[in-house]
Design a protein around this ligand. Structure first.
Ligand SMILES: [Zn+2]
Ligand SMILES: [Zn+2]
Length: 171
């Protein structure tokens, strides 16, 4: 995870926490963890103890959607924490108390259909390798998308450790 995303996530969280404090006198502690993977959850809010919560964010979705994801999912999860503090008795997770809290936190009404739709890259695409050749006869180098993109941008060159020749994309 790039450090800029970690900083951005905690910055955005503290902005919304400030609003929650002003609007709902919300003073609980929130720990941020960027550890969700896979298709099951795009974000999660867990109550660890009274006035102590953990918001979990999705690693790949942050990398793919950046600020759009953070401004969508952080207030969504924080609103769950606010509702759990405000209504100690059971209320529906996305019921009317929750909706009112989220609208207040975001300061505007965002229709569910206008929320971003997130997709994850299928596993095999993420593992895609690009074919490169050097001067060695019959040697093929499989480069990751990261290395391939660096070559395409012209910021890096890679050489073969056997023939010392530059790697060229094999077409
Ligand atoms: Zn939710
Ligand atoms: Zn070579």
């Amino acid at each position: 995870m790039e450090i800029k995303f970690i900083n951005l996530a905690s910055e955005i969280l503290s902005q919304y926490k400030q609003r929650a404090k002003t609007l709902f006198d919300f003073r609980a502690k929130i720990e941020l963890q960027i550890d969700l993977k896979g298709h099951r959850l795009i974000g999660q809010c867990q109550k660890l103890a009274p006035k102590d919560y953990k918001i979990r964010l999705h690693h790949e979705l942050i990398e793919r959607y950046g600020e759009v994801y953070l401004h969508d999912v952080i207030p969504h999860e924080l609103a769950h924490a606010v509702v759990m503090e405000q209504y100690p008795y059971r209320v529906l997770p996305h019921g009317k108390e929750y909706k009112a809290t989220l609208v207040a936190l975001e300061g505007k009404i965002i229709a569910p259909k206008n929320r971003p739709k997130y997709t994850l890259l299928p596993h095999k695409r993420r593992m895609q390798r690009f074919k490169y050749i050097c001067r060695c006869p019959n040697r093929l180098h499989l480069l990751t998308a990261i290395r391939h993109n660096r070559i395409k941008r012209g910021t890096h060159l890679y050489t073969c450790k056997h023939c010392k020749g530059l790697l060229h994309e094999s077409i």
